[in-house]
Design a protein around this ligand. Structure first.
Ligand SMILES: Cc1cc2nc3c(=O)[nH]c(=O)nc-3n(C[C@H](O)[C@H](O)[C@H](O)COP(=O)(O)O)c2cc1C
Length: 191
């Protein structure tokens, strides 16, 4: 939610890198694109007011084959807006790969574990590592990354997410449209 957020800068860096693998990207910044608090009934005034936003975001979520989830460390947890975003979706995450970035002074491992847990519950696939960013140490005053090791890890994240994400997505869609009964993709077939 912070203006000039280190997390958003890192995400832009990763999205730029994924273009080397011909990836099409979209950055969903939850500071600018507001989502109402998730309401299972969808009947609040806020829902009606923001229905166009919800619709637009849902289209992007369905469109995406892979995700990079980026959250600051807020009290050892993911930010409230990130949790609220995740609450809005479920099946849309199934069979897709996820990478994680956390801005924290303490590595943010619990934050990334929480995001990973939420994604596992939605049958998404997570990369086995995440990338931690310590903003004041990793960026200079112009907003450029000055930590070579971090650049290397963000580069690795962009490579792995596209490479593994493509394999997972292709196999999931194949299984979903096939007729093998005993695959987790079978439950997403329309009857
Ligand atoms: C409400 C709140 C809680 C925070 N809790 C923690 C924390 O538990 N551990 C930590 O290392 N940093 C904590 N921070 C600091 C942020 O995680 C840190 O400044 C981070 O770099 C912000 O990322 P951003 O630049 O992407 O907004 C907290 C900040 C806020 C506003």
């Amino acid at each position: 939610m912070r203006r000039n957020s280190y997390g958003t800068k890192a995400l832009k860096f990763v999205l730029d890198m994924t273009k080397r693998y011909d990836a099409e990207t979209h950055l969903l910044n939850l500071r600018d694109t507001k989502l109402p608090f998730f309401d299972p009934d969808g009947s609040t005034e806020e829902y009606n007011l923001l229905s166009d936003q919800i619709h637009k975001i849902t289209e992007y979520v369905i469109w995406a084959d892979v995700f990079v989830l980026v959250s600051p460390d807020y009290h050892g947890s993911m930010s409230g807006v990130m949790k609220n975003f995740l609450d809005h979706f479920w099946e849309e995450f199934a069979g897709k790969a996820f990478g994680y970035i956390c801005t924290s002074h303490e590595k943010g491992l619990t934050v990334m574990d929480q995001m990973r847990t939420a994604i596992r519950q939605c049958y998404g696939w997570s990369l086995p590592y995440g990338v931690s960013i310590n903003g004041e140490l990793d960026f200079d005053t112009k907003g450029e990354i000055i930590n070579d090791l971090l650049i290397k890890r963000l580069d690795m994240l962009s490579h792995d997410l596209i490479t593994y994400g493509k394999l997972i997505r292709e196999q999931f869609l194949k299984d979903k449209s096939g007729n093998v009964l005993n695959t987790f993709a079978a439950r997403y077939r329309s009857s």
